[in-house]
Every structure is written in structure tokens, then in C-alpha cells.
Design a protein around this ligand. Structure first.
Ligand SMILES: [Zn+2]
Length: 383
């Protein structure tokens, strides 16, 4: 499973003068995807093979690329059995080889560039809330962690349960029921205490509560306000037969719905702010200019958008096109996807990046952003 340390390491790769190969190969073991895995890998590598034999490139560059091709072919030769995407970042001349597993499919892609191509990887991580899933009834609870489409059971809680005896009736029955209510309330309170501890220590983003539809609401009433704020939804499962796969499927659906809602909300917020001219922008040119000035607080990018462009290696200027930098007049470097450069720039500048998968008004604009300050006009020659 991909870790934050790996991501941080990958984001720091590049910039040593040798090309870095980034490759994304989706795997779908249930369909024809698995049968075509090997041929899809070969055809991706074929796209960059000519570079390794290009005499106009320096010898160390060609050598590094040749080693990258051989290594990726060797390492990825085995067909994976799990659905997702395998991503590789390789620069053999610099001793770099990072292979990560992403828990969902991305577009097939191979990029050779000075920097790693990270957008598909970040898009997957962006939607991966760490979620605490609890299956609860009157006397027990199972606590699970869901992250990057994997689940693991953290702990089980078992408290005393009082059942109503069959022969009890009248006042005796009432007393037993009151006592049973008292016992289950104690169980719920204890469970809430445990969840508070887990959220404090476990870095969870969201909470999902599952169980019998008659019992789940009773427990939700006991949640403290801070836990209630994290509640992403409830799900119905049978506590006695529930499996890890059941939990994963239920929580995946809740989390995906939440992600889509938040994406729609962000796009709406950006468009509204643009309409009222309040610290926001849409469209590639203006968003790149904002990124060049470290003005972006929150960047929204359409997850499928790709646009070639140029960057200035001296001051980080980003633009859709141009020959020399309007800020420092250095020659601009062409890049295969300037939106990927923008994403990295925003992360480095401490802004947040949201990948928009839902069909929204952002699709025609490609990118948009909430800004830290109003943008000065474009420099001459960039309008
Ligand atoms: Zn410049």
C-alpha cells in the first residue's frame, strides 16, 4: 500500500539533469484487463523506446533510459492480481526506482520528463479519507479502519448485555428492560470514549456507523458533537456474518459519495467567488499565472485535463505557451503537462489541491482556484 513517506519521496525526485520515467498501468483482474496487461505494458514502453536510441541525446541520458526500460519490463512482468494501478517512477542513472500500488484505476500513461509525473497518484490519494468504521449493537462493537481501499479490524469491544427473560411480565419485565437500557447506554458511552481516543490518536477523517437499522440510530444519538461532525453515513450489516469485504464495500460507497459532494461544493464555491470577483479564478491561463505567484490557496483541477505548456526553471513561472520568460527572459522549458507542474507548485507553496472527478462546470475551464490575494495583471506578452 502506498504510504505518505513514499509520496513525499516521489515528490522530491528529479532535477538532476537525467530524465525520469513515470508510468501508470491500470490493472483490472476481473476483466480482459488482466489478459492484456503484458501487451499494454509493452506498448507503453514502446512509446518511449525511440528516446533511448536517439543519438541527439547525451550518452548518459540514453543509458539511463535504456536501463529504465529494462528494469520496468523485468519488475512489472508479473500480472498483478488486485484491481488498481501500478505506478513506477524510475531514473536508473540516479539510482531511483519507486513502485507504488494505487487502489483504483487511472489512465494509462508514460511520461519522460525532468520531474516525476504525479497528478494521477495525487488524485487517488486526494479522495482517500482515512475512515473509522464501527459495527455496533447493544453490547458489542467492531472497530475497523478503512484507508486506500483496504480495511483492517482495529479492535472488538464486548460489554455485558441483559436479555429480557421469556417468563417475565408486568412490572418485573419493565424493571429488566430498564436495566437492559441502562447497560446498553453504558456500552454506548464506553464506545464513544474509545472512538474519541482513536480519533485523537489515529488521524481519522471520517466515521461510518454500521449494524442493525434499529440499533444504529440509538448509538448515533450518543455521539459527541465532534464525532457527529465526522459522520459520513450509516450502513446496514449483520454483525454475526459481516466480513471485511462487506465493510470495505459499504464504506467505499459512503466515502465516494462524500468525495463527490465536496468536489461539487468546491467548484460551486470557486465559480461563485469568481462571479463576485472575490479572490478566485478559473481557466488555465489565469490559474497558471496565480500558481506562478504562489497565490493559490485551493486548486481545483479536472481530473482528466491535460495541457502541454512551459515552465521557467529560474523563477517557477508557468504558462500554456511561450518562448522566453516574461519575468526574467530566460528560455522556457516545454513540459508535457503543465497542469502537473501547477499541482506540484501549489503543494510546494503550501496550498491544497483537489481533483474534480464529477461532471461539473470546471470541465470546460480545466482548472480553477481560490486565491490568497487578487492577481496583478499578466506581464506583457502573456495575455
Ligand atoms: Zn523566469
Amino acid at each position: 500500500m502506498i504510504t505518505q513517506e513514499q509520496v513525499d519521496r516521489i515528490l522530491r525526485l528529479g532535477g538532476n539533469g537525467l530524465p525520469l520515467v513515470s508510468l501508470y498501468l491500470p490493472v483490472d483482474p476481473d476483466h480482459s484487463g488482466r489478459r492484456t496487461y503484458r501487451s499494454r505494458l509493452d506498448s507503453l514502453l514502446d512509446r518511449i523506446r525511440p528516446l533511448a536510441d536517439d543519438d541527439s541525446l547525451e550518452h548518459p541520458v540514453r543509458l539511463s533510459l535504456r536501463d529504465d526500460l529494462a528494469k520496468i519490463e523485468r519488475r512489472l512482468g508479473e500480472e498483478p492480481r488486485r484491481a488498481g494501478t501500478v505506478a513506477v517512477f524510475s531514473c536508473s542513472g540516479d539510482g531511483v526506482y519507486e513502485e507504488v500500488w494505487l487502489p483504483r484505476g487511472t489512465h494509462e500513461r508514460v511520461v519522460v520528463d525532468a520531474d516525476p509525473y504525479v497528478r494521477p497518484m495525487l488524485a487517488v490519494l486526494d479522495e482517500s479519507y482515512r475512515t473509522c468504521a464501527v459495527v455496533v449493537d447493544k453490547g458489542t462493537a467492531q472497530i475497523w479502519e478503512y484507508h486506500l481501499d483496504e480495511v483492517r479490524e482495529l479492535e472488538a469491544v464486548r460489554d455485558r448485555v441483559l436479555r429480557r427473560p421469556d417468563h417475565a411480565a408486568g412490572p418485573a419485565e419493565d424493571r429488566v428492560r430498564d436495566k437492559a437500557d441502562e447497560v446498553s447506554k453504558r456500552h454506548y458511552r464506553r464506545l464513544v470514549g474509545e472512538l474519541k481516543r482513536l480519533f485523537r490518536e489515529g488521524g481519522f477523517d471520517l466515521l461510518a456507523i454500521g449494524g442493525h437499522p434499529h440499533e444504529v440510530p440509538a448509538f448515533i444519538d450518543f455521539l459527541t458533537r465532534d464525532l457527529h461532525d465526522r459522520l459520513v453515513g450509516r450502513f446496514t450489516v449483520d454483525r454475526d456474518t459481516v466480513t471485511a469485504t462487506d465493510i470495505r464495500d459499504r464504506v467505499r460507497g459512503l466515502v465516494a459519495d462524500r468525495a463527490y459532494q465536496e468536489q461539487e461544493r468546491l467548484v460551486g464555491e470557486i465559480l461563485e467567488a469568481v462571479a463576485t470577483k472575490h479572490h478566485a479564478t478559473v481557466g488555465l491561463d489565469d490559474t497558471l499565472w496565480a500558481g506562478s505567484l504562489a497565490a493559490i490557496r485551493t486548486l481545483a483541477v479536472d481530473t482528466d485535463a491535460v495541457a502541454p505548456g512551459v515552465v521557467c526553471d529560474r523563477d517557477g513561472l508557468l504558462a500554456a505557451a511561450g518562448v522566453s520568460c516574461p519575468l526574467c527572459s530566460d528560455a522556457l522549458r516545454e513540459v508535457p503537462d503543465v497542469i502537473d507542474e501547477l499541482v506540484k507548485t501549489v503543494i510546494e507553496d503550501g496550498g491544497e489541491v483537489r481533483h474534480i472527478e464529477v461532471e461539473s462546470d470546471l470541465r470546460t475551464h480545466l482548472t480553477g482556484a481560490l486565491l490568497r490575494f487578487e492577481l496583478p495583471p499578466h506581464p506583457i506578452g502573456m495575455e
